[in-house]
Design a protein around this ligand. Structure first.
Ligand SMILES: Cc1cc2nc3c(=O)[nH]c(=O)nc-3n(C[C@H](O)[C@H](O)[C@H](O)COP(=O)(O)O)c2cc1C
Length: 359
């Protein structure tokens, strides 16, 4: 669970969190769904890095209305976490005081410590032209810990606009976009890319190499190709291939089919990635990284509080709770659920189901 003691809270960029600590969990960008209340909810259940939904850079840079509609944040959304450093060599500079209790039992040559870290928020953009991308990054950068370039959206309208998965076949454009953001915000500003794997892994190799040369700070790899449906099993070996290409240079986040904590552990071990990202798994169970098999009532209660505090529009609120209850519905219950027309009717339904909302 999230650690609420604010003492000695360190603020690190996302790639450093991924690089430095064990078991980093990531909430995926999801159009419509990864908005502020949902991001804050998952930060209460062991998600250290969250993403906004994909934002169209051109619209965002041009229109203040788009900015208001597409992005909101709060001081509390990221949460704080007590994290274990990865094992590292005893030749590093840490003092013996940093060692964990029981550390002396560890094999010699390895040491690690715990640190309290603020979670990270990444804004994801869809872009094709470097200038609007750099403009959008400049506008959002005071409010987030990094920006991510979407190189995976497979929808045909996106392909026609030369955004999303179109970029997979145009590494030179990825390079230009990443460099434009870095030229504007400074080389150390975190800019990541989220890619899909290619059936020809040499093309994945080339894309990763190009992104690395452009200066990306980390890479998320969705282990499906752009033509594979979300029902297609994810290729962990393709993700592991990308991890190998990037090894020692930037951390990698593995994405695809993380539905439960045991699956998360398998993905971590099989791919060697520094982080694991979930999208649909978290929608159905926002507490999955904390080891829950299904959404605990406490998460539903928190989501009701966050949604009412932040004013989440009813259709989205209803959809989210529907996802969270999905595994418990029978056919009739789902039909009835779909007829509920208002916040009040949802709250009544939850109370009738025995979920204590403490309103
Ligand atoms: C509702 C929904 C919205 C999504 N929106 C985005 C998005 O905005 N940007 C993006 O890069 N991927 C988006 N994706 C893809 C996910 O981030 C993720 O790559 C994909 O669902 C595979 O992960 P999963 O198997 O854990 O669901 C979306 C997926 C879903 C289900």
């Amino acid at each position: 669970m999230q650690d609420s003691n604010p003492v000695e809270l360190e603020i690190l960029p996302p790639h450093e969190i991924l690089d430095t600590f064990e078991n980093i969990n990531v909430a995926a960008p999801m159009v419509r769904f990864s908005k502020l209340p949902f991001r804050e909810l998952v930060s209460l259940y062991d998600v250290q890095v969250t993403h906004t939904p994909m934002i169209l850079a051109t619209e965002f840079s041009r229109s203040s209305t788009a900015r208001t509609l597409d992005f909101s944040t709060s001081l509390t959304e990221r949460g704080s976490f007590l994290l274990n450093e990865r094992m590292r060599s005893s030749s590093s500079n840490s003092s013996d005081n940093d060692l964990l209790e029981g550390e002396s039992d560890r094999p010699t040559g390895s040491r690690r410590r715990q640190r309290r870290i603020r979670g990270s928020l990444i804004a994801q953009f869809a872009a094709s032209d470097p200038k609007p991308f750099a403009d959008a990054c400049e506008l959002i950068y005071p409010y987030v810990d990094g920006v991510d370039l979407n190189c995976g959206c497979p929808q045909s309208w996106a392909f026609q606009e030369h955004i999303g998965s179109w970029l997979l076949g145009h590494p030179e454009r990825v390079r230009d976009l990443v460099r434009a953001a870095k030229d504007r915000l400074g080389f150390s500003y975190p800019v990541s890319v989220k890619i899909r794997v290619d059936p020809d892994l040499q093309r994945t190799h080339q894309l990763v190499e190009t992104a690395l040369h452009a200066g990306v700070s980390h890479i998320t790899v969705h282990g499906r190709t752009k033509n594979q449906k979300s029902s297609h099993p994810v290729s962990l070996s393709s993700i592991a291939f990308a991890v190998e290409v990037a090894r020692g240079r930037v951390p990698v986040v593995a994405n695809g089919d993380a539905w439960s904590l045991p699956e998360v552990e398998t993905i971590r071990k099989t791919t060697g990635a520094q982080g694991v990202m979930s999208a649909r798994g978290l929608l159905g169970n926002p507490a999955l990284f904390s080891g829950y098999d299904e959404t605990p009532p406490s998460a539903i209660k928190e989501f009701v509080r966050l949604s009412t505090d932040y004013g989440l529009m009813f259709p989205l609120f209803h959809r989210h709770i529907g996802f969270m209850l999905e595994s418990r519905f029978n056919k009739l219950e789902r039909l009835y659920w779909n007829t509920l027309p208002s916040y009040a009717s949802v709250l009544d339904y939850l109370t009738e189901q025995g979920i204590d909302l403490d309103l």
